[in-house]
Design a protein around this ligand. Structure first.
Ligand SMILES: [Zn+2]
Length: 582
């Protein structure tokens, strides 16, 4: 009984009185009070006594007595009991579709050596029916005894006749068994694709198993499509995970990485599967396909009338017109370089990563011509360009392309996104500001990989990686993202990492770049809404905006900063409806 009462008490729901037919102001309204309600408006924390939500929107923010009057009779009252209410978290860079697919695969996170990896994968074989691929995701060679990818010979122990693929935690590398090579016709004749490579058996052209960058992408693209119930599950299960972590807007920043990505999202739109918003960015090579598809979907929904876009829009004039059944095409994603070990730098790595020679500077993934043409075409459009940039040379390439577009077409409120923005030089920060660029930092990578990055990048570049304070001082809006499935789709550990910058060994890496908990919170709410050009409807608890809200067990601004990562999401509300409750 005690336990039941405890759960009931987390958020107490009281219904107030009966409805009066002539007073419609409070009908269906819900009033929240008695907690730390942080509006996230402004440069410093502002608290409100009460919030009234009605018809999916925020009707009132302010004093409790006024809220009572406005909410009227027949409204519900939610006693927050001292809990913290903030705007719903916005995923500023993640891969929800990709994550959903991984949910169907074996997790390899934390494996300590290759035998353990093989054992885990063996256990997964029976989960995959028919001719499906046996896939594992999330091993990290640098954290494994062998300090390398597993080879095809080793992966053959999982299955000799069924295709096996394992993917590195960064998503930028992986390895396959011989059955996979046979299935895809990969042998000594196979050439390395541009921007990637198949590692070879020493002294020969025979593929060894491991592959990097575009070589891995080419292999993954050949995976059989998820269809039917499996396709539904990919997206609904992933959305559940996002919602349980307080996120009311999700992102897939690389639609088209898998050949069935587009059909999975189309399926979600047609069946209206999503409880939260999803913004998609197409992988550059899939852009024409995705844009054509998006036009087709918009048109078909406009014509259907009944459940179509027209009806959606006439019912909800305030609704962001670009969403159809919770999905919106945000723009395009370009990958300019790789993970921290392959970051494209202007100066050589201080200590080359394992297997690289002295003087290694990483490398670019796409030629100038492609990125320049994308900016030329889309600079003055609603299709925003997000770019994966890790090293300063990749940032340089991005800036050159953007500056050329500005010179030719004039300045535009495009808000190009510098995804990860691992190491930006101080001179680049100013140029980023001039073109309206927004960095989205993967702050958790600093905690997880900082100890390995520091010797490779050198102390100066590693200390100023994810330069949150430089951005803050320059007045550049920035966001904090999780890049799931590269790291788990959780928000609070990212805030912890940006606030504390403590690595696994306990060292503070770059103390001068630490930011306040409030600035970190802005980076996942108001600034994230700005990055997505949705600041008019999301990101703060403000009258007229969507009632996208999250309730936390503790206030991130009041706890010991070291414990921000332990704060729990108790409830997630999307446009007034509870979609997750602990
Ligand atoms: Zn990413």
């Amino acid at each position: 009984m005690k336990r039941i009462l405890f759960f009931l008490n987390i958020v107490l729901l009281i219904s107030c009185g009966t409805k009066k037919s002539n007073d419609k102001s409070g009908q269906g309204a819900t009033m929240y009070y008695n907690g730390d309600i942080i509006t996230m408006e402004g440069d410093s924390a502002q608290y409100a006594e009460a919030v009234v939500v009605q018809d999916g929107k925020i009707l009132f923010v302010g004093l409790k007595a006024e809220a009572m009057k406005l909410a009227g009779e027949g409204h519900q009252m939610v006693d927050l009991q001292g809990k913290t209410m903030i705007p719903g978290f916005i995923d500023a860079h993640g891969h929800m579709v990709y994550f959903g697919k991984n949910l169907m695969d074996q997790s390899l996170t934390g494996v300590k050596n290759i035998p353990e990896l093989v054992e885990r994968m063996k256990g997964h074989v029976q989960n995959v029916s028919g001719d499906g691929w046996i896939v594992g995701m999330g091993y990290a060679p640098l954290k494994m005894t062998e300090n390398r990818h597993p080879t095809a010979d080793e992966l053959d122990a999982i299955s000799k006749d069924r295709p096996v693929l394992v993917v590195h935690s960064s998503g930028h590398g992986g390895s396959m068994n011989h059955a996979m090579m046979k299935l895809l016709g990969i042998d000594e004749q196979t050439k390395d694709p541009e921007g990637g490579e198949f590692l070879r058996v020493k002294g020969s052209k025979i593929p060894l198993g491991p592959m990097e960058e575009t070589a891995l992408i080419d292999v993954r693209n050949k995976r059989p499509a998820f269809t039917g119930e499996a396709a539904d599950k990919v997206i609904s299960e992933a959305a559940k995970v996002w919602a349980s972590n307080g996120q009311t807007t999700a992102m897939e920043c690389g639609l088209g990485l898998g050949a069935d990505d587009v059909s999975i999202v189309e399926n979600a739109i047609n069946k209206n599967l999503l409880p939260i918003d999803l913004v998609v960015f197409s992988k550059e090579s899939a852009t024409d396909d995705v844009i054509n598809k998006a036009y087709g979907i918009t048109e078909s929904f406009s014509q259907k009338g009944g459940s179509g876009a027209k009806k959606l829009l006439s019912d909800r004039a305030d609704l962001d017109k670009r969403y159809i059944n919770r999905v919106r095409l945000g723009g395009i994603k370009l990958w300019l370089d790789g993970n921290p070990v392959l970051a494209w730098m202007s100066e050589p790595f201080t200590e080359p990563p394992p297997g690289r020679k002295a003087g290694f500077k990483g490398y670019g993934q796409i030629p100038d011509s492609i990125i320049f043409s994308f900016y030329d075409k889309f600079w003055k459009s609603d299709r925003q360009i997000n770019m994966h940039v890790m090293g300063d040379e990749a940032i340089e390439q991005a800036l050159r392309a953007i500056e050329a577009a500005v010179k030719k077409h004039g300045m535009y409120d495009h808000r190009p996104v510098f995804v990860h923005c691992g190491y930006a030089r101080p001179d680049q920060v100013l140029r980023m500001k001039a073109v309206g660029g927004i960095p989205s930092f993967l702050s958790v990578s600093l905690a997880g990989q900082g100890d390995e990055m520091e010797p490779m990048w050198g102390s100066d570049r590693a200390s100023n990686a994810n330069a949150t304070m430089w951005m803050l001082k320059a007045g550049i809006p920035f966001t904090i993202s999780h890049d799931a499935p590269i790291s788990p789709p959780v928000i609070l550990p990212g805030l912890s990492a940006a606030v504390n910058r403590i690595t696994l060994s306990g060292k503070v890496l770059g103390p001068d770049q630490r930011i306040s908990p409030y600035d970190a919170l802005r980076a996942v709410t108001s600034m994230a809404a700005y990055q997505l050009k949705e600041e008019k409807t999301k990101g703060t608890i403000t009258k007229g905006k969507l009632a996208d809200i999250v309730i936390l067990d503790k206030n991130p601004l009041k706890v010991d900063p070291l414990t921000i990562k332990d704060i729990r999401v108790l409830e997630t509300i999307k446009e007034g409806k509870t979609i997750f409750k602990k």
